[in-house]
Design a binder for this molecule. Structure first.
Ligand code: ATP
Ligand code: MG
Length: 389
């Protein structure tokens, strides 16, 4: 009996030692698997760390209280503060004073679970200089879904800002240049009109008078051939005089000081109607008190170009010009019943033309007004300029 028990014990021991070996093996395999997983985890962590630390972007994590818990080394380059300086600081530490309030508002919104679109804010470098940054920040949550802070990426947009500033500066200069060009054009037109009047016009008058004196002196003794020559010359003088007057009118509006804007445009409309056969109706009274001369002059030039375009492109049978004041706005509307066009496809300014629409928009801009063209193929064209008085 005793012997039997000992045999059983031996069997039990052999079994448990085999079990133990198996368990140890399984444990070893588990450890090997864990070790492999740990190596993979470390490799992956290293990969991401390298990525985060070598990128040119600013990458950061802040706690739900708004303190930096992680910043990548790029912060040092952009702000002059070391990673160690920044960990534990509130994120507002780096933000320019005027952007602090909006940044905090956005942070609170994010923690509450609301979306925060990308935004721009300036950071202040340790040396006092500014770094414009575009931020994209999202909220981090724990597995239970509670907000535990924010994770963000910031991009230094100094270069972009510089390019934008240069562009803004250049377009400002271009506008000034174009205003100066208009001014120069205006004074040159005046000068040529004056010369035409003083030199050509007056001399033509004298030639006309001389010719009629010669004609009356000739009436007794002259031959028919000479008389015909003379009459022909007198007709020519009259024709040139009329042509010069027309040219003067185009170059220089009639004395706007005397006539006022509505009458000047009316006068030009009449001449245009005579020249082109387009029926022109002008509606509107003179504006009281008179707008300043700059406004009057620019609006007159705009009306002139709109009518020129109607003559050149519209094949219209009629045009209607309205001038009036409504709610402190001077409004000039010129509409035609012509062919119309697709404004978005209108040719851009180049050596062949296409300057009219641009110049009109710039003239309106120069007097603080708005310029609008409404047109469609087959539906005529309407140009509106509104200027605050
Ligand atoms: N009233 C209109 N009816 C039909 N098409 C028009 C009218 N006004 C302008 N357009 C179209 O818009 C284009 C641009 O007009 P814009 O005045 O800028 O240039 P342009 O008259 O062709 O040349 P530029 O004014 O430089 O001598 C015209 O070429 C024409 O196709
Ligand atoms: Mg034109």
């Amino acid at each position: 009996m005793k012997k039997r028990a000992s045999v059983n014990k031996d069997i039990d021991m052999a079994k448990s030692s085999q079990q133990l070996t198996e368990e140890i093996d399984s444990l070893r395999r588990k450890i090997a698997r864990l070790e492999k997983a740990e190596v993979a985890r470390r490799e992956s962590e290293e990969k991401y760390r390298n990525l985060v630390e070598s990128t040119r972007d600013l990458i950061f994590i802040v706690s739900e209280k708004g303190a930096y818990t992680y910043v990548n080394p790029q912060f040092e380059r952009a702000t002059g503060y070391s990673v160690r300086d920044l960990i534990g600081q509130p994120f507002t530490f780096l933000v320019a004073p005027e952007h602090i309030e909006s940044t905090i508002r956005r942070f609170k919104k994010g923690i509450r679970g609301e979306d925060t679109p990308p935004y721009e804010a300036d950071l202040i470098n340790r040396n006092g200089s500014r770094v414009p940054v575009e931020f994209l920040v999202t909220t981090r949550h724990n597995p239970a879904g509670r907000a535990i802070g924010r994770f963000g990426i910031g991009r230094d947009i100094t270069e972009r800002r510089r390019a934008e500033e240069t562009l803004k500066h250049q377009s400002r200069q271009l506008r000034i240049l174009s205003a100066k060009l208009s001014e120069a054009e205006e004074s040159e037109r005046k000068r040529i009109a004056r010369e035409l009047h003083d030199q050509v016009g007056q001399n033509l008058t004298v030639v006309g008078i001389n010719l009629s004196i010669v004609k009356s002196a000739l009436s007794d003794a002259g031959t028919d051939a000479l008389r015909r020559r003379l009459e022909d010359s007198m007709d020519l003088v009259e024709e040139i005089t009329e042509f010069t007057r027309g040219l003067m009118g185009d170059l220089r509006p009639p004395d706007m000081d005397l006539l006022g804007l509505a009458a000047s445009i009316g006068w030009y409309g009449e001449r245009f109607a005579m020249r082109t056969g387009v029926d022109v109706v002008v509606e509107g009274e003179e504006i009281h008190p008179r707008p300043n001369p700059d406004i009057e002059n620019n609006l007159f030039r705009i009306a002139q170009e709109v009518l020129t375009n109607i003559g050149k492109h519209a094949r219209a049978s009629s045009a209607r010009i309205r001038i009036g004041v409504c709610d402190g706005m001077l409004r000039l509307v010129i509409a035609d019943d012509g062919a119309g066009f697709e404004p978005s496809l209108a040719p851009k300014a180049d050596e062949r033309g296409g300057w009219g629409l641009m110049t009109m928009a710039e003239r309106a801009d120069a007097i603080g007004g708005r310029f609008r063209v409404e047109s469609a193929i087959g539906k005529g064209t309407r140009v509106t300029v509104e200027v605050p008085l």
